[in-house]
Design a protein around this ligand. Structure first.
Ligand SMILES: NC(=O)c1ccc[n+]([C@@H]2O[C@H](COP(=O)([O-])OP(=O)(O)OC[C@H]3O[C@@H](n4cnc5c(N)ncnc54)[C@H](OP(=O)(O)O)[C@@H]3O)[C@@H](O)[C@H]2O)c1
Length: 245
């Protein structure tokens, strides 16, 4: 096993737009990274190449997080490479518009199984490793401020993110004091939001700090949660004050 005492992060969804920046930032903090991707092989390879500039032992694996078997396979591969787990970040997420009266069973399963079920079983498998270790470790879930808003046309997505926020509290309570579990809920992050149904000026008009978020706003919060020792079960809304509206 090559990792010689370095801290290790297991992260889902590091082939994502924001996810890849988070993985790079965590590697930059001195961590080895094991990350998953599903369809974006080129983006995953590009991300791994950049991570390996600072953390050459890092690894990636293809994994559909809506399948428990595949999550188990990813953890089996993780354990072949690394003998400790310091940080889990659940970032894999599906996002698409689904008008309330037209939501199909397939839409629901795709969004809720990827986002909520995927996060739950990733956290469960990680916790089985983390609770056996003689040190405190951390989990960070990626949710969305929409968990606290009523967005038209995004019911399965927003319900899934709301569910992950509650899972965050459940794991924080049950896994304390061995594992600190917190969530980051981004608002709209620059060009990365995936929403094209509201003009940027309208979005900015609802943000007290008068700008969209930047990936660095999320990275700064990740770094904070990697260091803090007395916060667990919290959702940090990184939204420029959007939820104050
Ligand atoms: N970007 C924003 O403005 C914003 C705002 C609010 C919340 N967030 C949250 O922040 C996190 C990171 O966002 P992002 O910008 O990186 O999202 P993104 O660009 O949409 O990327 C989504 C990631 O999830 C992976 N994924 C999707 N379905 C999967 C499945 N069934 N199994 C495994 N992996 C799957 C994708 O893998 P492949 O591409 O390889 O298939 C990709 O790595 C997400 O949880 C998102 O909900 C983002």
């Amino acid at each position: 096993m090559p990792n010689s005492g370095k801290k290790v992060c297991f992260m889902t969804g590091a082939s994502g737009k924001l996810g890849s920046e988070i993985a790079l930032a965590v590697a930059g903090q001195g961590y080895s990274i094991f990350f998953t991707w599903q369809h974006s092989e080129e983006k995953a390879k590009e991300t791994l190449e950049k991570i390996r500039w600072v953390s050459p032992e890092s690894q990636m694996a293809q994994c559909d997080v809506s399948s428990v078997t595949e999550i188990e396979r990813a953890f089996a591969s993780f354990s072949e490479h690394f003998d400790r787990l310091d940080l889990v970040i659940t970032s894999a997420s599906n996002f698409f518009r689904a008008p309330l009266l037209e939501v199909t069973e397939a839409d629901w399963d795709s969004l809720v199984d990827t986002n909520l079920k995927g996060a739950f079983f990733t956290m469960q498998l990680a916790a089985r490793i983390m609770t056996k270790q003689p040190f405190v470790s951390r989990m960070i879930t990626m949710t969305d401020i929409s968990a606290n808003l009523v967005w038209r046309n995004y019911a399965p997505y927003t319900v899934s993110k709301s569910g992950i926020q509650h899972l965050t509290r459940i794991f924080a309570r049950e896994m304390a004091p061995k594992i600190l579990v917190n969530s980051i809920a981004p608002g709209t992050i620059s060009a990365y939001s995936g929403r094209d149904d509201e003009p940027e000026a309208d979005l900015v008009g609802k943000i007290p700090l008068e700008r969209l978020g930047d990936p660095m706003d999320i990275v700064t919060t990740i770094r904070f949660l990697m260091e803090t020792e007395y916060i667990t079960g919290q959702v940090i809304n990184v939204d420029g004050g959007r939820l104050l509206f």
